[in-house]
Design a protein around this ligand. Structure first.
Ligand code: SF4
Length: 694
């Protein structure tokens, strides 16, 4: 459907945190040709299957095109006045913590900024949290404990320049495919070795030199073993350790750790030899580390090893958290989590709160964290949160204990959902449904996993009455009485304000400073090329921490004493299997976009259950049978795949499917809402379940 002669527009892929640049060419009839942007520093023209199929997903058949109140189409005026009135009345009657926003890593930075400003500065509650809590909150918490800020030290170029890439809890080949392509290119060009640490044998193992089939939850124990080996082998960097504190306590805890790795001594020794013996090592970690009741400790166990060896912030060296969603990083930067302030300022710090409040001329500012995702929906279920606005996400399917979350939303006094479609399980529960502009219909910025800020650009008209999210949020802010604070002409003006606020953060000693962009005019914003933060008068991009300057008071990094912990739920006679959940190559989230592409859906057409041959034989299961999988919280009916990619006693099922009829894949209904005590992130990869043949 490529329209000859129509100009191409640069934008960014809306799926994963790699943040690939795309070139979009509309055909003038609603269609779109998409190719990789050869100039974008994330992908240099590469795209994966999902990015390549973007043009197939811009059809309008499923779109929500007008606001609906109690299922009846209405105008914006009535819908937004109702939202503003109900939020104002709820706050007046029950206080600001009786309302909440649950938002998404799909939001553009400008949308996120306005939502966060409205909730924290004007409504006066910190009850704004995001589905990114399910994705990378443990990395945020680990970074903050080690570095004093949520800083990703390295860049994607480090993957090109490494001699060893360790993938921990990351199926990079399927979940961040273009980064995996970069790693494989480095392997070919310079012989980079690849280690995969994952209970499953995934597609990422195909190009790996070593696969360590670690016990679920065993990552911290393994990296504690590595820290001991680093010390025993004399591989610590004494000069760099002067920029840190806590090494002795971290080492003592590591020595005392008796946690299970599930690996042989020979495997552990081989891994330690390789890691210690390779100066240029990047440790990439993702959901397998984060989605755990000990996720923050796992992150710090990894960071400890890089800090102890000084392998951080220099080419080809460093820990590297890869984020799931396209703008998980932007959400972190604007403070769109219940325990953060904008621009990496700290909610717990009175000076930081005063600075943000003063800048916004805000009437209010909470001084304590709000409700993190799991607690937020518990509060909804208990009736403590009485008005809830859910933006671009489907918690009735994607939250742990999803059936209970669905019931909680159904019982809430007032639920607003803004989304591109009204056909999600969550949207069906809304009292007010607001039609949002989709990718390729709206303008703004996103930040990818290596701190590169890129523009998303509008090239298609939004259908019907659909609007960008920032515009809805700002209008509600104005209708709640804060006219000047939310009087934005467009995303460029929001971005300038945000960049100016970041300058204050920079002066307060924070890492996130893009004040060099605060003077950008509209044309400059329109033409903004991808660039990595920080962006100040004196600096653009680069790496952090090679100079040993960290963001804790005193300037030192902190190694954290970690004792590994097994997953919260233990298998039992009733629930003898450990269920791991995750993504497949060609689907995204609950499939509201990728499900529109026939090509993508052809890869794996149904929700499935991977089970080891020995377990299948014991249960009398044959390939393609239907199996009922049950936990204490819910059930799913899945198509059986028999494979030794999973270990005996372990299972894998994808997280994308939502249907209720067999095979039915509402997999998060089975996952317990147990969370990491520091990050609040749920343990999505270690449910305990039973299986039987249907
Ligand atoms: Fe899009 Fe991620 Fe694929 Fe890049 S790797 S094309 S950002 S889904």
């Amino acid at each position: 459907s490529q329209g000859p002669g129509l100009p191409e527009t640069r934008s960014t892929c809306p799926y994963c945190g790699v943040g690939c640049g795309v070139l979009l060419r509309p055909n003038g009839a609603g269609g779109l040709a998409v190719r990789g942007d050869p100039a974008h520093p994330a992908n240099y023209g590469r795209l994966c299957s999902k990015g390549s199929a973007l043009g197939e997903t811009v059809g309008l058949g499923h779109r929500l095109t007008a606001p609906r109140v109690h299922g009846v189409e209405t105008g914006w005026d009535d819908a937004l006045q109702l939202v503003a009135d109900r939020f104002r009345e709820t706050v007046a009657a029950h206080g600001p913590d009786a309302v909440a926003f649950y938002v998404s890593g799909q939001l553009l930075t400008e949308d996120y900024y306005v939502a966060n400003k409205l909730m924290k500065g004007f409504i006066g509650s910190a009850n704004i949290d995001t589905n990114s809590r399910l994705c990378m909150a443990s990395s945020v918490a680990g970074h903050r404990r080690a570095f004093g800020t949520d800083t990703v030290p390295g860049t994607y170029e480090d993957l090109d320049a490494a001699d060893l890439v360790v993938l921990v809890g990351s199926n990079l080949a399927w979940c961040h495919p273009v980064l995996h392509q970069r790693v494989m290119a480095a392997k070919q060009a310079r012989g980079t070795r690849v280690v995969v640490i994952d209970p499953r044998r995934t597609a990422s193992c195909d190009g790996a030199d070593l696969h360590l089939a670690i016990a679920p939850g065993g990552d911290a124990a393994l990296f504690n073993r590595l820290l001991c080996a680093i010390h025993a082998g004399g591989a610590t960097d004494a000069a760099f350790l002067r920029h840190t504190e806590g090494f002795d306590a971290a080492l003592a805890a590591a020595r005392a750790d008796r946690g299970e790795t599930g690996l042989s001594e020979a495997e552990i020794a081989a891994f330690c030899r390789l890691w210690i013996g390779t100066e240029r090592v990047v440790t990439v970690y993702s959901q397998g580390v984060n989605q755990s009741t000990s996720g923050t400790d796992k992150v710090n166990a990894i960071l400890n090893c890089h800090l102890a060896t000084g392998r951080i912030g220099r080419p080809g060296r460093g820990p590297f958290s890869v984020t799931g969603q396209p703008n998980a990083m932007g959400g972190r930067e604007v403070g769109g989590l219940a325990n953060m302030l904008a621009c990496h300022l700290d909610l717990e710090n009175a000076d930081h709160r005063a600075a943000v409040r003063g800048f916004w001329r805000a009437p209010a500012m909470p001084d304590a964290p709000g409700l993190k995702a799991v607690d937020m929906f518990r509060a909804v279920g208990a009736g403590r949160v009485k008005a809830l606005w859910i933006i671009h996400t489907n918690p009735a399917v994607s939250m742990p204990e999803a059936d209970a979350v669905r019931d909680a939303i159904a019982g809430c006094d007032f639920v607003v959902v803004s989304d591109v479609t009204g056909a999600t399980d969550t949207a069906r529960l809304a009292h007010v449904l607001l039609p949002a502009a989709a990718w390729a219909e709206k303008d703004g910025t996103v930040t990818n996993s290596d701190r590169t800020i890129s523009r998303q650009r509008a090239v298609l008209p939004a259908p019907g009455a659909a609007r960008p999210d920032w515009a809805m949020l700002a209008e509600v802010g104005r209708r709640m009485g804060w006219t000047a604070a939310f009087d934005y002409a467009g995303p460029a003006e929001i971005f300038r304000e945000y960049a100016a606020l970041s300058g204050i953060a920079g002066r307060l000693g924070r890492d996130f400073d893009i004040s060099g962009l605060s003077g950008l005019d509209d044309a400059g914003y329109d033409g903004l090329a991808p660039l990595r933060w920080p962006v100040t008068a004196t600096r653009e991009g680069g790496r952090f921490f090679a100079d040993g300057a960290f963001f804790h008071e005193g300037g030192r990094a902190r190694l954290v004493a970690v004792t590994s912990r097994a997953p919260a739920a233990q298998t039992s006679a009733d629930h003898p299997f450990r269920l791991n959940t995750g993504r497949v190559r060609d689907q995204w989230h609950t499939m509201t976009r990728t499900g529109l592409s026939a090509k993508l859906s052809a890869h794996l057409a149904e929700p499935f259950l991977d089970i080891h041959p020995a377990d299948a034989a014991r249960l009398g299961l044959a390939a393609a049978d239907l199996a009922e999988v049950t936990s204490a919280h819910g059930r799913a009916i899945l198509r059986v795949r028999i494979t030794d990619a999973v270990q005996p006693g372990q299972l894998f099922a994808p997280m994308h499917w939502t249907g209720e009829t067999a095979p039915s894949g509402r997999i998060d209904a089975l996952v317990a809402a147990a969370t990491d005590p520091v990050s609040g992130q749920p343990e999505s990869k270690a449910a305990v379940v039973s299986v039987r043949r249907m």
